[in-house]
Design a protein around this ligand. Structure first.
Ligand SMILES: [Fe+2]
Ligand SMILES: [Fe+2]
Length: 400
């Protein structure tokens, strides 16, 4: 049986950004790896003076950034160990855990020229092959030091990714100014906002405890989706003059009941004497909306009625829905990780300029899909389409 080829990507990931992901993707393809383990470093002494965020936050950001790539995993191996951790210790541990694997350690060219200073370099060379990512314009592979290292048994594979200087320092500086660096995955940026990391002001009161609770209630993919819906709803709010914090919070919590089995959703609906039609009660894809609103109020402490109403109707829409309801409904449909569906690009484009037009396109798309499947259309969807079609243009874009 061929050995499993495992990439190792160490780093402080302070924060993880697109360049890290591009390097990992390049390593995966070019070295034909089966998977890559991301190893965020733990908290060194005096971390604050280095501008290093807490290890748990760096680990969570790493986890979120790679959540959708099944061949990437985040490991707590270096995070949970005390004191200075040398690569030889990490590699020895990994080898013990996976004796039949072949390891590929991903490094930058600057690290390559420092390898001889590592602890027990010869043992490290015996345990892994280095995948070298270009960082400087001159070619490090021609450096005399590299020849010496190869003579000692070091093995190098050079990745073809062109050099690109992505500075985490610059990313942190932009975050401190309240900006959104384009090199950050959206869900990582949303996490940073919620947690108030790198000097970003806290946007949502109590966001840390909301996030912790949500993390326990949702699958990883659903959590990722919720962060992306929160970010997208906030962007739609900014575009359409709505309350950004309301929309962001509605986005964050909209699927808080999504991972609850149907029988438990029905029990919650009964316990709260919810008046629901039989189609909604029989279908978890619909029922998690109204039950989610109840949980947002009772478990997550949301008292803002407009946020609760938006969560309640995010699965079907409602006649008389307000712009915040539309912003959430649409954010759910167009967030960047949505699997493509026929009208996605059109709905996305319409949402930039008109919530009503985007709602109509989205609901008609659902209507066409349901008709093709020869399934009955939920009566609310039908009524909402008719209501949106009757809206005079002047009212269509009114903000309240
Ligand atoms: Fe949902
Ligand atoms: Fe959703």
């Amino acid at each position: 049986m061929p050995k499993e080829r495992i990439g190792i990507m160490g780093g402080s990931f302070n924060p993880i950004h697109d360049r890290h992901l591009a390097i990992a993707a390049s390593a995966l393809a070019e070295a034909k790896l089966s998977r890559i383990i991301f190893l965020p470093t733990g908290n060194p002494p005096h971390k604050r003076t280095l501008g290093l965020e807490d290890a748990e936050h760096r680990f969570e950001m790493t986890r979120l950034a790679i959540i959708r790539e099944q061949r990437f995993t985040a490991s707590r191996l270096e995070l949970d160990r005390q004191g200075v951790i040398y690569t030889i210790d990490t590699l020895t541990l990994l080898k013990k855990q996976m004796p039949n694997a072949e390891f590929f350690y991903i490094i930058g060219e600057d690290t390559l020229l420092d390898l001889h200073n590592w602890r027990a370099p010869d043992k490290v060379f015996a345990l892994c092959t280095f995948l070298v990512c270009r960082r400087i314009t001159s070619d490090a592979s021609a450096h005399p030091l590299v020849r010496q290292l190869e003579a000692r048994g070091a093995k190098f594979i050079y990745l073809s990714l062109p050099p690109l200087d992505t500075s985490a320092t610059e990313i942190r500086a932009r975050l401190a100014r309240g900006e959104q660096p384009e090199q950050l995955p959206l869900q990582v940026f949303e996490y940073i906002r919620l947690m108030g990391l790198y000097g970003m002001p806290h946007a949502i009161p109590n966001a840390q405890s909301l996030y912790r609770r949500l993390r326990e209630a949702l699958s990883d993919r659903r959590l990722n989706h919720s962060l992306l819906v929160a970010a997208t709803a906030r962007r739609l709010a900014a575009l359409h003059g709505l309350d950004e914090v309301q929309c962001e919070l509605a986005g964050l919590l909209h699927d808080c009941a999504k991972c609850i089995p149907l029988a438990a959703l029905q029990r919650i609906a009964r316990e709260h004497n919810m008046l629901l039609d039989k189609e909604t009660l029989a279908n978890e894809a619909l029922l998690h909306g109204p039950v989610g609103a109840v949980l947002a109020e009772t478990l997550y402490g949301v008292s803002d009625m407009s946020i609760l109403a938006a969560i309640r109707c995010h699965t079907t829409g409602r006649v008389g829905m307000l712009p915040i309801d539309m912003a959430l409904f649409l954010a759910d449909k167009i967030e960047p990780s949505r699997r493509p569906y026929p009208d996605l690009l059109e709905v996305r484009a319409l949402a930039e300029t008109s919530l009503v037009a985007a709602m109509l396109r989205s609901l008609r798309s659902t209507q066409q899909y349901v008709t093709r499947q020869k399934a009955p259309l939920h009566p609310t969807t039908q009524r909402v389409i008719a209501w949106l079609e009757r809206l005079p243009v002047t009212i269509k874009e009114r903000s309240t």
